[in-house]
Design a binder for this molecule. Sequence first.
Ligand code: GN1
Ligand code: MG
Length: 357
Amino acid sequence: MWQKVLPAYGFNIKNCTVQSFGNGLINSTWRVITPSKTFILQRINHHIFKNPQAIANNIKLLAAYLTTNAPGYEFTTPVKNISGKELEYEAGLGYFRMYPFVAGSHTIDVVNSTSQAFEAARQFGKFTRLLAGFDCTKLQETLPDFHNLSLRYQQFENALAVASATDIEEAKESIEFIKANYHLTQIFETITKSDAFKKRVTHHDTKISNILLNDNDKGLCIIDLDTIMPGYFISDVGDMIRTYVSPVSEEEKDFTKIEIREDYFVAIVQGYLGEMQYELSKAEIEHFVYAGQFMIYMQALRFLADHLMKDVYYGASYPNHNLFRANNQITLLKKLMEKETQLQQQVTSFVQKALPN
Ligand code: GN1
Ligand code: MG
């Protein structure tokens, strides 16, 4: 489909090499090598992002603020097509945008050193910190209620109401676990009502592949800016805990490989709080480990609901794929809960050490 899109940017497809890039579940991404420069082309899944223009507007506002208030900060913005637009619409194919490829950068799919976890956490923390003075209510919600756990729980219940009896029977234990841990949703509800929890500019997809690293594995900048919206810090910290702390991803079917690596957790604390400690309230810092529980629980119930709804959202490449993913996340959540006290203690000691005497 990129064959139809490249001419809109003035490229002759005969001179371009195009490779599929990354492994996101929602959007499609390609690397486009032209004789002069390399680009990243992405198709926005507009069944999910129903208002692609909102993404483009948000990025423009943030880029303008950062250019003035944080000159030198690397923030990748889309290139314009030949009609001067950042968003390219192709009838029948949907919306696309193209980013310049940052020279000397690479991405990784799996965190395999604490320093990578630190670098990523620092970049996501720095991003929110640099935008602390930006009025986040100016941003549009590119995915309304994306991390609204109450609504996600409701969707899970709706899925249960329409699922087949066989599917429910097969997923019985997983369903019971989600229901038994409903208190995690209630904590979220308390957060949304509390003045101690602030909405800030939040990335909402802090997986490691959304960080560009340089040749020495130092963080360069954040990418995948579609879900940047006002949000709570628990979304960003939570998805880092969810995806960096275990040596295996949500795709792993051998759950004995799922582990909580405390040193990786500490790397997230150091990287993120090194930037954000003085922005966060005491109550927010006390919910650092909860952030991980919140995101893992929400991901588990989203996978489970999708399984019960016949994989309409995430798709599946083998039978029960989303049930496996849900159970993987449930295993991770159980292991995180076992270590809650000792991990939160790591947060407390970091904060105490960092406080000026
Ligand atoms: C989706 O497409 P990708 O991989 O960036 C999902 C995230 C999930 C993730 C799980 C818009 O992200 O919320 O955490 O899959 N994004 C959307 O792998 O639903
Ligand atoms: Mg994404």
